[in-house]
Design a binder for this molecule. Structure first.
Ligand SMILES: Nc1ncnc2c1ncn2[C@@H]1O[C@H](COP(=O)(O)OP(=O)(O)OP(=O)(O)O)[C@@H](O)[C@H]1O
Length: 240
C-alpha cells in the first residue's frame, strides 16, 4: 500500500449561496498521478481551489503530509510544498518569461537554480523566449511556463487544472511526456477532461459528479469500463 500524501475528507464548499462541493473525499498516493475527471460543472476546479485555500471549505478536513491545511491561506499552503497551476494559467503577460520565474521563486539558492535548469531542459521553448513577454508565447508554451513556474520551488504536490485545454494534439503529447517526468519528483493531482491525456498519465482516477466523488479506482480499470465512461464522461466505445 502506497503512502497517502493528501487526504481530503467530507469537503463542503460554497460559492456564494451555491453548495458546490457536497461531501467530497479522496486521497492522493505517493509516486502517482491522480486524475479528477467528470462533466463540466461537476466541481473539479472548485476541488483544486479548495485544496489550495482559494475557496476555504465550510466543513471537512484536508491533510497534506500529515499536516492539516484546511483554513490556511493560499500562500501558507503554497509554502508548505504545494504547487498550483490554475485553469487560466495565471501567467503575467506583460512580464518576460524570466520575470515570471522571478516572481514565482521562493528562494534564490542552488537547489532552485538546479530545478530551473531542469525545467529549461524539459521545456526548451522557455529558454528560447526567456527575454520575451510571456503574453507573446503560444498556448502550449504558456502552459509550459505555468507548469514550470509551479515546479521551480521545492514542492511535493502539484495541482494542475486542465492543462490540455485548447491545445493541439502534438502539444498534448509533449505535456504527457512532461507530466510523466514531473511525477518522478512530486505527487500530481490533475484535473483533465481529455480522456486520452488522463489515461496516458493517470495511475488513479476519481470521477466527480455534483460535487461528490462517485467512482474511484486504478486508471486501467476505467479505460476498460465502457459503461462508466459512457455514463459519466460521455465517451462512447466508437469514440474512445
Ligand atoms: N464564481 C462562481 N460563482 C458562481 N458559481 C460558480 C463560480 N465558480 C464556479 N461556479 C459553479 O460551481 C460549479 C462547479 O464549477 P467548477 O468550475 O468547479 O466545475 P468543473 O468540474 O471544473 O467544470 P469545467 O470542466 O467546466 O471546468 C458549477 O456549477 C459552476 O457554475
Amino acid at each position: 500500500m502506497n503512502e497517502v500524501v493528501l487526504k481530503a475528507d467530507n469537503l463542503q464548499t460554497y460559492i456564494g449561496h451555491h453548495h458546490i462541493l457536497q461531501g467530497l473525499s479522496f486521497e492522493a498516493q505517493a509516486d502517482a498521478v491522480t486524475v479528477l475527471i467528470g462533466r463540466n460543472g461537476a466541481g473539479k476546479s472548485t476541488t483544486l481551489k479548495t485544496l489550495i485555500g482559494l475557496l476555504p471549505p465550510s466543513e471537512g478536513t484536508i491533510v497534506f503530509n500529515g499536516m492539516s491545511i484546511q483554513g490556511k491561506r493560499p500562500y501558507e499552503i503554497a509554502r508548505m510544498g504545494i504547487g498550483y497551476v490554475p485553469e487560466d494559467m495565471g501567467i503575467f503577460a506583460d512580464l518576460t518569461v524570466e520575470e515570471n520565474f522571478k516572481v514565482a521563486k521562493l528562494k534564490e539558492d542552488e537547489a532552485t537554480a538546479g530545478r530551473l535548469a531542469r525545467i529549461l531542459d524539459l521545456f526548451g521553448a522557455l529558454g528560447k523566449f526567456w527575454h520575451s513577454p510571456a503574453g507573446n508565447l503560444s498556448g502550449g508554451q504558456k502552459q509550459m511556463l505555468a507548469i514550470g513556474r509551479a515546479i521551480v520551488n521545492d514542492i511535493s504536490l502539484l495541482l494542475i487544472d486542465e492543462p490540455s485545454k485548447g491545445l493541439a494534439p502534438i502539444i498534448i503529447e509533449a505535456l504527457i511526456e512532461a507530466i510523466n517526468l514531473i511525477k518522478e519528483e512530486c505527487v500530481v493531482v490533475l484535473v483533465e477532461q481529455n480522456f486520452y491525456m488522463a489515461s496516458a498519465v493517470g495511475d488513479y482516477f476519481h470521477i466527480l459528479d455534483d460535487g461528490r466523488i462517485v467512482h474511484s479506482g486504478r486508471m486501467e480499470a476505467l479505460v476498460d469500463d465502457e459503461e462508466l465512461k459512457s455514463r459519466y464522461l460521455g465517451i462512447s466505445k466508437s469514440k474512445s
